[in-house]
Design a protein. Structure first.
Length: 268
């Protein structure tokens, strides 16, 4: 009965399809709900990004499912903060957001970039709230390993400069997550659910650093291929057409892979 109630609420949001604010613990989070359907999709944006991170695919997803996008604390029109939040903290607030919205069924979590770090934490910590995971060029705390494996001396110089650039406007909320060294959550830390990772291996003419060289792109793809293959229902998709913002460069690819996940779920 609660699920039916929520779907009715979601349908009422569609009419206006306008962003709103909701209290989650001590903060206000900006969010928007659209569409309707059997599945509920939660969109987790990239680092420092708000709801606009999903502009190219939000309405298209709404044609197939109930879709929720929101801005994390400190981003978009959500409450501005000065304290540091980790990916684990953000995952907790995503969980609380679903509770506040009266979402009583597990969601399909779609995440971009740093949102992938949040999504992995969410999937490991809140298994009852997730039924599938789709990540778009997700961030990894092992980016620096790729640089150092290519050219240690040059990598250390580049990493030092990247850190300085990150600190130019003060420490960002995701800063410590990017530079901490932790193992990626793996199966069975994340339960046996459909998991798809779309990874950009697009070659660039003038790479900004070793990470974007042809060798770096290859190693990046291999990293996520290996991670996805560890899951019984894991799938890795490599794309040479998209840069980091896959949802902007290939929105049709994102939608197609999401529909594949829905089809898998429908068979169970």
């Amino acid at each position: 009965m609660k699920l039916i109630t929520f779907i009715g609420i979601a349908l009422s949001f569609i009419v206006s399809a306008q962003p709103a604010l909701i209290n989650v613990n001590e903060f206000e989070l900006e969010y928007e709900v659209a569409g309707n359907g059997k599945h509920i999709v939660l969109l987790e944006a990239g680092g420092s990004a708000g709801m606009s991170d999903w502009e190219p695919v939000f309405n298209q997803i709404a044609e197939h499912a109930t879709v929720i996008r929101y801005s994390r604390v400190g981003n978009g029109n959500s409450t501005a903060i000065k304290r540091h939040f980790t990916s684990s903290d953000y995952a907790e607030y995503a969980s609380e957001l679903l509770v506040a919205l009266d979402v009583n069924q597990p969601v399909i979590l779609v995440a971009h970039s740093y949102g992938g770090s949040v999504a992995r934490e969410f999937a490991a910590a809140y298994p009852k709230q997730i039924k599938a995971l789709l990540m778009l060029d997700p961030s990894s705390e092992h980016d620096v390993d790729i640089l150092r494996a290519i050219d240690l001396e040059k990598a250390n110089r580049e990493i030092a400069q990247i850190k300085l650039d990150d600190m130019a406007d003060g420490m960002s909320n995701q800063y410590l997550d990017f530079w901490s060294k932790r193992p990626l959550p793996d199966y069975p830390q994340i339960k046996d659910i459909p998991v798809t990772v779309i990874t950009s291996v697009k070659k660039v003419d003038s790479p900004a650093n070793l990470f974007f060289t042809d060798q770096g792109r290859q190693m990046w793809g291999e990293l996520w291929q290996g991670w996805a293959s560890a899951f019984p229902q894991g799938k890795s998709v490599l794309t040479g057409k998209s840069g980091h913002f896959v949802q902007f460069d290939e929105p049709e690819l994102v939608l197609n892979e999401l529909l594949v996940l829905m089809q898998k779920l429908n068979k169970h």
